[in-house]
Design a protein around this ligand. Structure first.
Ligand SMILES: Nc1ncnc2c1ncn2[C@@H]1O[C@H](COP(=O)(O)OP(=O)(O)OP(=O)(O)O)[C@@H](O)[C@H]1O
Ligand SMILES: [Mg+2]
Length: 743
């Protein structure tokens, strides 16, 4: 099917053609035949790299251009949302709607906002969680949505994120009964079941634009699914590395999936020496600069140093312990062909387009605390394998599993390479997960009666798959709990949210977290300090288990606990009677202690050393802490607890920046974080007024403050920058940069 024959606006045809796409791929053609461009609901299930996004783009833009419609694009991950945003952004200057450009917006953060500014966009990209929180705020523009795209819809199967997605879809259908639904999925076993739930047609294909050769390596020989076999040079003792070396020798790039972060770093280190040999001089020079850039974004840590050293050699690792900026930089470098080999944890398995000719899946098993080793799902294997052979980059791709014995090789061939992905199941009926959704249903007026609540949940994938009766008693139990905690009131069949219930729902916290906070506020410790609040939020179920202590840390944490005992809102369980709970409690103490160290300006590297916490986890904990401090602040305000509000409002700012109180005034300046803030402060500029009186050159003489930053500071404080002075400084900087790059 040719693009110029499609039932889409002329300008959209032209833009698609000029983007180099003249003909649809077969799965895309089937989607069109199934009526997706005639606004029919569709579940499109087709292999990785088969071009599902283009269908979403064409359908979405048709809504905007022809129907005055509004599109919401749901993505399971922030990184993927930003890739999709970039893809849609390409269209904005090229397409005109009533004489103006088509607009695209993205919103993935801050769950306590209605984001009315999103109203102005035609296409809005969000994560599932953000969409859920927007629905709770009853953002007005959501009533105008005419198309919802649910990307990677097989994630319904995921314990944490799946339920949010099904709730969001059910609510969008509830508020806009005429909405078109386009769900994009990997090939899974029960596509039809998702389709009947969504009242959609479905398309299932096995077609892929680039041949993906899947195989298993045993003793230096790869056995492929199609019967081919190939020998690999035995250069090192690690078979994964041998495959990778073979690929780069032939001019390709490789992606190695490892099961743990630690392995991703160690494998990258083993590969790096060899990749270095294939790099050209100019690429080496670029990588040198990129390595410097890594060291200069954020604080310098052991992890960033390790990464920079590898990048110099054309190799890198990618995992959730890295700061987001570094991850993005690495993805871009790999995409640009500068980095030849990337080792990654499965965070990179979904949806992304990367130029990997070869994907190696080093370990088909995963370890979980308290559970041991278990084999990964076929679906996950297929997603990882599918990062190889993407149409823009390669003509063929290969995905290789590693076997140690002949037996294992057979097992891998049968159970992964030749296997069909499993069915997916709704994960909604878990009390902790569904609690907040039941409250939100009442609090945001999606239902005004108990019957209405049941009716809403009858529209979920869970009810479709299992029958509503299966969760009825769970919902009844939760309604009872919410009533007993004063979040809702019931009268006959009527249900209403109280002021507390409404606020809790909008704050996007688990009602159980709100109960912990509210009850604590009534029962203050003898000695109320920052640590009291930090531990309180660490104690809520929403903080999550990011900061598991290692066994050799427990004694030290026990000591810290004793030091702070009279500051705690919640008293610890008895160490001898309930050892398990006691250790859980020490994990909370660890979280609180890390946060406390963070706001005492302990360096990131020292935090890594002291608590074995990596930057990525630290940032995640900080994000969670900011959100829960905001929730505590709001709840304290609701109960007019002034003393608490005073503490929380200051803590929110300090945790956000990682600073002592004295830096609060100067970090308000843009471009000034904890490190530069401390340098400026220690140089004697303690207030905005002090900075106003500083000469530009005095600021530039401080470490880490170049002319550009100094100028930005001066402009923000309302200081005047003399032209001659600026020219002189800028010249100096140019000269310095040049000298550095030549060096
Ligand atoms: N008709 C086409 N002609 C040429 N290239 C195309 C066509 N359709 C899509 N592509 C290209 O194919 C690549 C892969 O597409 P896309 O990211 O949509 O895959 P996907 O099906 O969503 O895979 P995944 O399941 O991995 O998310 C993109 O780079 C896209 O530009
Ligand atoms: Mg995709």
């Amino acid at each position: 099917m040719k693009v110029h024959e499609l039932p889409i606006p002329q300008q959209l045809k032209e833009v698609t053609l000029s983007g180099g796409i003249a003909e649809l791929y077969p799965p895309q053609e089937e989607a069109v035949n199934a009526g997706v461009l005639d606004f029919k609901n569709l579940v499109l299930a087709s292999p990785t790299a088969s071009g599902k996004t283009l269908i979403a783009e064409l359908t979405g833009l048709k809504h905007v251009l022809e129907r005055n419609g509004k599109v919401i694009y749901l993505s399971p991950l922030r990184a993927l949302a930003s890739e999709k945003f970039d893809e849609f952004k390409k269209y904005t200057n090229l397409l005109k709607k009533n004489g103006r450009n088509v607009t695209v917006g993205i919103s993935t953060g801050d769950y306590d906002q209605a984001d009315p500014w999103l109203q102005r966009y035609d296409i809005i990209i969000t994560t599932n969680e953000k969409a859920d929180s927007l629905l709770r705020h009853r953002a007005k523009w959501m009533d105008e949505i005419t198309l919802v795209v649910a990307d990677e819809v097989h994630l319904l199967n995921e314990a944490e994120r799946g339920p949010t997605l099904e709730i969001v879809l059910a609510r969008l259908i509830q508020i806009n009964p005429d909405i078109q639904i386009l769900a994009l999925s990997a090939t899974i076993n029960n596509v039809d079941e998702i389709a009947t739930w969504l009242k959609a047609q479905y398309v299932i294909t096995e077609w892929r634009p680039v041949n993906l050769k899947e195989g298993v390596l045993l003793n230096d020989e790869i056995q492929y699914k199609d019967g081919d076999a190939r020998k690999i040079d035995h250069k090192t003792r690690n078979p994964a590395i041998n495959i990778v070396l073979n690929t780069i020798k032939n001019g390709g790039q490789a992606l190695v999936f490892t099961s743990t972060r630690k392995n991703s770093v160690s494998v990258a280190k083993q590969i790096a020496e060899q990749t270095s040999e294939v790099l050209s001089k100019p690429v080496k020079r670029t990588l040198e600069n990129e390595a410097e850039h890594i060291l200069n974004t954020g604080e310098r840590t052991r992890l960033s140093e390790a990464l920079a050293n590898l990048v110099r050699c054309g190799t890198a690792f990618h995992h959730a312990g890295l700061p987001g900026a570094h991850r993005k930089q690495i993805e871009d470098l790999f995409r640009g062909g500068k980095i030849k080999v990337l080792t990654a944890t499965p965070t990179l398995a979904f949806g992304v387009n990367l130029p990997a000719r070869t994907v190696v899946i080093q370990d088909y098993r995963r370890y979980e605390v308290g559970y041991g080793y278990y084999p990964i799902a076929v679906l996950e294997y297929k997603q990882m394998a599918g990062r190889a052979g993407r149409p823009k980059y390669d003509k063929v791709g290969e995905a290789i599993l590693i076997a140690k014995t002949a037996d294992e090789a057979d097992y891998l061939m049968d159970n992964y390479v030749l296997a069909k992905p499993e069915r997916i199941w709704s994960r909604l009926a878990v009390e902790k997960i569904i609690r907040g959704h039941v409250l939100a249903t009442v609090a945001s007026d999606f239902a005004k009666t108990e019957t209405g609540v049941y009716e809403f949940f009858a529209r979920t994938f869970y009810a479709h798959q299992y029958d509503i009766k299966a969760i009825r008693s769970l919902i009844a139990k939760i309604l009872h709990y919410l009533a007993s905690e004063d979040m809702i009131t019931t009268k006959g069949d009527n249900v209403n949210a109280t002021k507390l219930g409404k606020r809790v729902s909008e704050l996007y916290i688990d009602p159980a977290s709100a109960v912990v906070i509210r009850d604590s506020l009534k029962n203050k410790p003898i000695n109320l300090t920052d640590f009291s609040i930090l531990h309180l939020i660490a104690h809520t179920p929403d903080m999550g288990p990011a900061m598991r202590p290692y066994s050799n840390e427990l004694d030290q944490l026990g000591v810290i606990l004793e030091e702070h005992r009279d500051e705690l809102f919640i008293q610890p369980p008895n160490e001898w009677e309930d050892h398990f709970s006691y250790e859980e409690f020490l994990a909370e103490i660890k979280t609180a202690t890390v946060l406390k160290n963070w706001i005492e300006e302990t360096t990131e590297d020292a935090l890594i050393e002291k608590f074995h916490v990596q930057p990525g986890d630290l940032y995640k904990t900080i994000e969670n802490a900011k959100w829960l401090l905001h929730a505590t602040d709001e709840l304290a305000a609701l109960f007019t607890e002034k003393e608490i509000v005073r503490l929380t409002s200051e803590l929110m700012e300090r945790v956000a920046k990682g600073i002592k109180k004295e830096l609060l005034p100067i970090v308000k300046l843009e471009g000034i974080g904890r490190v530069r803030g401390r340098i400026i402060y220690n140089a004697g500029y303690k207030t905005i007024e002090d900075i106003k009186h500083a000469a530009l050159e005095e600021l530039t003489n401080l470490p880490l403050i170049g002319p550009r930053i100094a100028k930005r500071i001066k402009e923000q404080v309302g200081g005047f920058v003399k032209k001659e002075e600026w020219d002189r400084l800028e010249k100096g900087e140019e000269w310095r940069q040049k000298a550095l790059s030549e060096f």
